[in-house]
Structures are given as C-alpha cells and as structure tokens.
Design a protein around this ligand. Structure first.
Ligand code: HEC
Ligand code: HEC
Length: 459
C-alpha cells in the first residue's frame, strides 16, 4: 500500500469510528427500544460486561498487591511456631533468646523498611538520629507498624512478640532507599539482592524441623544456610537435599524479579511451570503456608528423594489459606511492569548498535525474542545448547533451563548473571556466548550489546 492510500484508509475508518461514537453519544431517550438493545449488547455502556471485566481487573490487582505484600498464608506456624524465629528477633531482653535483632543488624542482612508505614513523628526522630537503631526493641516497634518488608510479627495484648511469618515481598520486593539506605518506598517485583535469606533463617533457635526433613544434623543445616550469601535462596533444597554443586559452590540460586512476567510461558530458571504453578509451590513448600499443592512429578524418588519421602506431591491443609488467593496473586504479578532504566544509565547510541547485533550477528534474538526476550512458546533449552553444565537444570522435572526474560535486567546486576551468577559482568556473559556459538564478536561489539542489555525495556 502506498503511503497516501494508507492515510486515506485510516481517514475513512476514523470517520466511520467518529460517526459510530456520535451515534452512541445520543441520549438513549432518542433511540427506539430496538436501537437501544442493539447498542447495549455490542458496546461499552454502563453496567455492561466490559465494566464487570474492568472492575474485576482492578479488584484482582488490589487484592493481589495486598497478598503479595502482607499475606503469610498461615506460615507463622512454621517460622514462629516450629523454628521460633521470633524469639531470636526479640532477644532475651524482650522475652526471647540471645542478643535479638536490632534494626542495624536487620538492615545489614538486607531486610528493608517501608517508609510509608512509618508515622511522621517516627520519621522525624529517625532523621534527627533520636532512634536507637542498635536496640532490638526498635525492630519490634517496626514490626508492630508492619514496616519490615516481607516480615509480619504477631503480638499479644502486652506487646510481646509471639510469632513471625514471611511474605512474597521478603525476596521479591525492595525499597527505593529514598529515606536512607534500606529505608524507602516499596518496589514490588524487584528482587532483593541484598537479602541474606540464609543468615535470616539461620537466626532461628530451632532448625530441627529442617534437619529432620533433610535427614542431617542441625549443624549441617546451619552450615548450608551460611553458605548461601546475599540475594540467594535454594528452592530445590527441600526436594532433593542437594546443597552444593559438584564444584563445591552453593546450590542456592539468585532471587529473580517477579516483574515483567506477562506473556512469559515457563518460569524459574528450571522452567518448573507457570506463574500460578510456582506461586502455589512456593507458598506451600517453601514458605510453609497452609494450602493445597499437587504435582505428581515430585514422586520421583531418584530426582526428589526428600520431597517424595515427605509427600510434597500431594499437600492438603485444612483450612486452605492459599488456593483462593492464587488468582489475585497471579494477576498482580502480571501487572507489574519491568521498570525502565534511569536516564543516563546507559549509552543510547551504543545500545542502538547493540540492538542490531542482538537481533543480527550475535543471534541472541533467536531465543530472547523481543519484546518478551524469551521464546513465545516453549521457552526452554538443554544445558548443552547454552554451553553450561546441567547441575541446576537436572534439579527440575524437565531437566532444561528456561530462557530468561531480560527486561529490567539493570535492577539485578548485583550477584551476577545466569541462575547462579556465574558471570560477574555483562561482557563476561556475552563472551561466553561468543565462545559457545563462535560469533567472532569484537570488544566494541561486546560493549555495545552490554549497553543494549542495560537499556531494556526500551520498546
Ligand atoms: C525466600 C525467598 C523467596 C520467597 C519468600 C519467595 N520467592 Fe519467589 N523465588 C525465589 C527464588 C530464589 C526463585 C528462583 C527459583 C529458581 O529459579 O529455581 C524464585 C522464583 C519466583 C518466580 C519465577 C520468576 C521467573 O523469572 O520466572 C516467581 C513468579 C516467584 N518466585 C513468585 C513468588 C511469589 C508469588 C512468592 C510468594 C507466594 C514468592 N515468590 C516467594 C525466592 C523467593
Ligand atoms: C539457545 C538460546 C539462547 C541464545 C541464543 C541466547 N540465550 Fe541468553 N539465555 C538463554 C537461557 C536458557 C538463559 C538462562 C541461563 C541460566 O540462567 O542459567 C539465558 C540467560 C541470559 C541472560 C541472563 C539473565 C539473568 O537474569 O541473569 C542474559 C543477560 C542473556 N541470556 C543474554 C543473551 C545474549 C546477549 C545473547 C546473544 C549473545 C543470548 N543471551 C543468546 C538462552 C539463550
């Protein structure tokens, strides 16, 4: 079609559309009953099903945000009841055990504080330095305000901390540091690469429930937790009992973002399933919430010795505090966009050259298809196809690696790239592809592709 022809077609349809809208805008009193019926059934009028859809979408996002941030799914029976984590947080001074966890210690292990949950007076005191950040009692006050991201304290009438639970936001939210380092507004979906999950769990006075599950002693559990380091968690440990790779590094993987997932088929580095699959998995098996989880693949005693013995393939709790929340939790995550990089954080001209290489000579887009940057379809590969070992892939049912969606990559440079952070920098990662696929990329081309990756999402 010539340009003129396109314009005239557009103009014609625009006129037709405008005429339709004018017709619709006529007050309904001016229409015959027949006209009203035909209009009402085919278009958006008050009370139409479109309105129902819109209201539903809004409700699901609102509910999902609440669940993602604040729902423990009843997991305080595990973290508080069984592991007694709350006693370590409170400290002996406040009816618990040990030194307690001061805000300074909490921020030091990567926990974040939601500034919007702090009353104005407290913010002022904090700014003036009038708050003792080395006193565990201050942490208890923050928990009472629901200000510690991803952690909920339960208190009795006397203000005594009686239990503690965790949320999705613990690992998949951070804050913008707008008030102070570690204190700011919530950024849902952003992976908390500062959070030392192993150190937090390792505070618990009683790790015997985990030790029993794994068939090891508590000292071993503590050593494994201490080996994880910041930004990592091992979601397969309680399935296969593997804590270290054959090369003796930790088997824990990096916490990925929970944003930019709309349109992406399979999730997690091991492609375990869809977002709602994984949400049910995590809420039941990792957070130890109370719900229902069914996956017969976990009956494989060779691949999943711990899970098959523990009966993780068929978990049914009464009451079920998870299943009814999966729809809203799903929609909320799909609604979180991958955040755009700040202006000036990459070289725009180099990024444009990098895009051409990404889609051309470097063949990246053959798997990372823009603008999803994963395959629309079945988005997995064998370890050999991407030139790495299959240790982590073999821990998942499909024994494959999922093609990581790349939008928002700039938010999680900390900890490195690939599921285990094996590439410290983007040039390291690109040179790996260069070797694996024989791409013959020059140093300038490597740098340009790196700038392009830092610019995503840029559609
Ligand atoms: C203790 C930290 C932790 C908590 C709590 C947690 N996750 Fe995760 N999450 C992870 C890690 C680590 C992975 C990567 C697992 C892998 O690749 O094997 C992951 C993966 C995911 C993914 C896949 C992302 C992708 O790239 O496909 C989604 C979605 C997700 N989590 C959602 C949730 C939701 C929803 C909750 C709450 C019900 C939750 N997570 C709780 C650590 C956590
Ligand atoms: C054969 C398919 C395939 C091709 C071609 C490919 N990738 Fe990947 N990519 C993957 C898979 C699978 C992963 C996940 C690996 C892992 O986590 O262990 C991945 C991961 C990544 C990551 C890590 C993301 C993160 O969050 O850590 C980046 C960045 C990346 N690829 C960029 C590229 C670039 C740049 C190219 C071209 C030079 C490229 N990929 C070519 C399949 C591919």
């Amino acid at each position: 079609m010539t340009r003129a022809r396109v314009v005239s077609t557009l103009t014609t349809s625009a006129i037709a559309l405008a005429a339709g809208l004018i017709a619709l805008a006529r007050p309904s009193g001016a229409m015959s009953p027949d006209e009203r019926n035909s209009v009402g059934s085919a278009t958006t009028t008050r009370g139409s099903f479109d309105d129902v859809v819109d209201a539903n979408a809004r409700q699901l996002v609102d509910d999902g945000r609440q669940i993602f941030r604040f729902d423990t799914f009843g997991d305080e029976d595990f973290w508080g009841g069984a592991l007694r984590l709350h006693e370590a947080i409170a400290g002996a001074q406040n009816g618990g055990v040990g030194p307690g966890v001061s805000p300074a210690v909490a921020l030091g292990v990567g926990l974040k504080v939601d500034v919007d949950a702090l009353p104005r007076g407290l913010r002022k005191q904090l700014r003036r330095g009038d708050v003792d950040v080395n006193d565990p009692a201050t942490t208890l006050a923050l928990l009472q305000l629901d200000a510690v991201v991803g952690v909920t304290g339960r208190f009795d009438q006397s203000g005594q901390l009686t239990s503690v639970g965790i949320q999705c936001a613990l690992c998949h939210s951070t804050v913008d540091d707008s008030f102070a380092p570690g204190i700011g507004r919530r950024l849902d979906g952003w992976p908390n690469r500062d959070l030392d999950v192993g150190a937090v769990v390792g505070l618990a006075p009683d790790l015997s429930p985990i030790a029993q599950l794994l068939g090891v002693d508590e000292a071993t559990v503590r050593a494994v937790l201490a080996s994880w380091g910041p930004g990592r968690f091992d979601a397969q440990l309680l399935l296969d009992g593997k804590a270290f790779t054959p090369a003796s590094s930790t088997a824990a993987t990096l916490i990925p973002p929970a944003f930019g997932l709309a349109g992406v088929n399979l999730h997690t580095s091991g492609a375990w399933g869809s977002v709602p699959y994984w949400n049910a998995f995590v809420a039941n098996l990792e957070m130890h919430g109370k719900g229902t989880f069914i996956d017969a693949r976990l009956n494989d005693a060779t691949q999943f010795p711990v899970a098959s013995t523990a009966g993780f393939s068929d978990v049914r709790s009464q009451p079920d505090l998870i299943t009814a929340k999966l729809p809203a939790l799903h929609v909320y995550q799909l609604a979180i966009p991958a955040p755009r990089p700040p202006a000036g954080s990459f070289d725009a001209a180099a990024a444009e050259r990098g895009r051409a290489l990404f889609e051309g000579k470097a063949r990246c887009a053959s798997c990372h298809v823009p603008p999803l940057y994963t395959e629309p379809g079945w988005n997995v590969h064998t370890a050999a196809e991407i030139g790495i070992d299959d240790f982590q892939a073999a821990r998942g049912p499909d024994r494959r690696y999922r093609t990581t969606p790349l939008a928002g990559l700039w938010t999680h440079a900390k900890g490195g790239y690939y599921h285990d952070g094996r590439f410290a920098t983007l040039p390291d990662l690109i040179r790996h592809y260069d070797r694996t696929f024989g791409l013959m990329l020059g140093d300038g081309e490597v740098a340009d592709i790196a700038e392009f990756l830092k610019s995503l999402p840029n559609e």
